[in-house]
Design a protein around this ligand. Sequence first.
Ligand code: ASP
Length: 340
Amino acid sequence: MPLLAKESYMKSVAIFFTGGTIAMRQGEDGAVRPALSLGELLAELPALPEQARLLPVEWATLPSSHMTPELMFRLAGDVRAMLARDDIAGAVILHGTDVMEETAFMLDLLLDSAKPVVITGSMRAYGEPGYDGLRNLASAIRACLSPLPAGLGVALLMTDKLFAAREVTKVHSMGIDAFGSPAAGPLGSCVAGGIQIFRMPVPHAPLGANALEARVELLSLVPGADGRLIAFCRENGVKGLVVEGLGAGNVPPGALEELGKTVNAGLPVVLTSRCIEGGVWPVYGYSGGANTLRDMGVILGGNLRAQKARILLMVALGMAADAGEPPCEIARKVFDNFPN
Ligand code: ASP
């Protein structure tokens, strides 16, 4: 039997660098800014297993707040193309932590490969005592090589914990343990050089969107809110609206009239809750209660956080372009079928 050439059994992990604190350092003025290249970071990694290789992709140098939904969508396409290669075992995405959960969720919705995809970054800047970037990066590579089980979806790995893209949220703006899945807990953790998986997330079908509708706004309907911002959105080219209500999804009655006009104009409106856990439930039938909103045609966002519901609505409306069905119908189907 012919011996296999060494290259043919090597596993490569693609490392997409998009930016974030993981490659930033503090300047003399005390402010933290982008500073390192991906090559400089990779040069500091501990040695990889013999048959593993890294394929660096300098994709962007963007802090989270410069990331856009269109860029997230483009990243999903580039990761998909990379995962289709036989020599690629998985992909690690290095990303700013502030909107890491949105990018992770977008990738989770759009990718359909069984290969692992792990998104990570750091809370502390390079050179700071306790810099977490190299450890997170090394753990993410290890998770890809383990490999993570198919069906896990896109995983977010920070501080030795693995989270499901759909469930995870940034819970601390500065602390090292900045991510959590308040309702469900982590999927697994990094222990003694290995990865332990505790549970699998509820699966969802990948969404075949060839385009994205980025004109989706998110409004938080705080006590006393009226409908002016809703009307503004409707009259200014917004194609879908996510509203964040109170508790189980109840909104101030002053917003009702404009919400109704917006739904009647054929714009999908998705209701979410500002509560971190529990989501929306059509319990209350008083003016502005979620039960009333559902009967008006507002789509219930389940237990997705508002920022994630916005991503799902953008993808759903992107699908509507090909489907030949009214955007509202597609949006409703996508939300109704999404496991929540
Ligand atoms: N502000 C940074 C960003 O999200 C934070 C980080 O990367 O941790 O780009």
